[in-house]
Design a protein around this ligand. Structure first.
Ligand SMILES: NC(=O)c1ccc[n+]([C@@H]2O[C@H](COP(=O)([O-])OP(=O)(O)OC[C@H]3O[C@@H](n4cnc5c(N)ncnc54)[C@H](OP(=O)(O)O)[C@@H]3O)[C@@H](O)[C@H]2O)c1
Length: 330
């Protein structure tokens, strides 16, 4: 069969022949229909993701964490965690039967697979327990996950939504998605601290952070009181690291700032993930949640993997036999 084959850590997957997968006990071979290429897949392939060693156990290997495909009887399913060295970016892959879920009915597989990024936006509720009307700051809102999070936060009842990014045009687009205030992080440290302070008005209740690194360091500076007083609590949820894998936190940034830091995984289990996914599918079906995606065939994986011009569009690798049914695209 054909697959996107990775020969070295940090390399570019190439469209090549790879041995057919064979199902072992409790496994099934899936005919792949659609796979969203996300930063996590690239971080796994470059060895920079904390779970890289778990999934890249040998080389050559096929990247791709999850996708939508069909079982041998033709049933359309969602699948995750193929057995290494098999990954999702192939004509066929092999997964444990326990890692199969029904695919949403009446939703284009390319849309259904990209919607998993919208589930991260649910962390404002699952991890941060957002109450209706609370102010939310989304860091890195011009990316795919960030744009979806803006819409999800709005649909979950957020009050003011403040968004950060680096591109003024993309930031203005966010206003049509539900952002009330936008902040460009590509300014001096002092200007950025001031922008976070000015945009906070009554304070940020929840921060969903896809950036980390310098912007979050400046945010913590902005949230640190300059006088001895009790600050309003801010639940900061760590979701990504587009601006850097680490940050330095001054002791005083936590001591009196009211900042509580947790990860998107807080309170997440199979049930809450399924509930969140079903809800975003429902929103995609009724048109309240739309987003941009770009489809490419598996044969173009080498060029697609290196794309840097997606500007908030999710790249979805599709098989040529994928059924068409437009739901969820802007
Ligand atoms: N934990 C989860 O469940 C989950 C799910 C999805 C994504 N993520 C993570 O979240 C992050 C974003 O994912 P994505 O799919 O939305 O990626 P994306 O579409 O590539 O968007 C990246 C975002 O980060 C910004 N950015 C990139 N480099 C930056 C830098 N050096 N300084 C400041 N801003 C920078 C981009 O701004 P521009 O628009 O200006 O380029 C954009 O807003 C990644 O780390 C990803 O792994 C986590």
């Amino acid at each position: 069969m054909k697959a996107a084959v990775l020969h070295e850590i940090g390399g570019i997957p190439r469209y090549e022949d790879f041995p057919e997968p064979v199902a072992g006990d409790g496994e099934v071979v899936v005919e792949v229909k659609a796979v969203a290429v996300e930063n996590v897949d690239k971080a796994m392939a470059t060895g920079t993701h904390f779970a890289s060693k778990q999934f890249l156990t040998q080389l050559p290997a096929i990247p791709g964490f999850d996708g939508i495909g069909t079982l041998p009887d033709g049933t359309l399913v969602g699948f995750g965690r193929p057995r290494p060295p098999y990954g999702a970016l192939a004509e066929r892959t092999v997964v444990a039967k326990s890692n199969i879920v029904p695919a949403p009915e009446g939703v284009d597989p390319a849309v259904a697979v990209a919607l998993s990024s919208a589930v991260t936006g649910f962390a404002v509720r699952t991890a941060a327990e957002l109450a209706p009307g609370e102010t939310v700051l989304i860091q890195g809102a011009t990316g795919v996950a960030g744009r979806l999070a803006v819409k999800v936060a709005r649909l979950l009842g957020a009050g003011r939504i403040v968004c950060t990014g680096r591109d003024d045009v993309a930031l203005q687009e966010l206003r049509t998605l539900g952002a009330d205030t936008v902040i460009n992080t590509a300014v001096s440290d002092e200007a950025l601290v001031r922008a976070y302070t000015d945009a906070a008005v009554g304070g940020y209740d929840v921060v969903l952070d896809f950036l980390w690194g310098r912007p979050t360091e400046m945010l913590l500076r902005a949230l640190t009181p300059e006088k001895l007083k009790m600050a309003k609590p801010t639940r900061l949820v760590q979701a990504g690291e587009s601006a850097g894998p680490a940050l330095t936190i001054a002791a005083q940034s936590l001591r009196m700032s009211g900042v509580e830091i947790c990860g998107v995984g807080k309170n997440l289990d199979a049930t809450s993930m399924a509930d969140a996914y079903n809800q975003v599918v429902e929103w995609a079906r009724d048109g309240s949640l739309t987003f941009d995606l770009e489809r490419v065939p598996l044969s173009q994986i080498e060029a697609a993997w290196q794309r840097t011009d997606l500007r908030g569009r999710r790249l979805v690798v599709t098989s040529s036999s994928e059924p068409k049914c437009a739901t969820g695209e802007d």
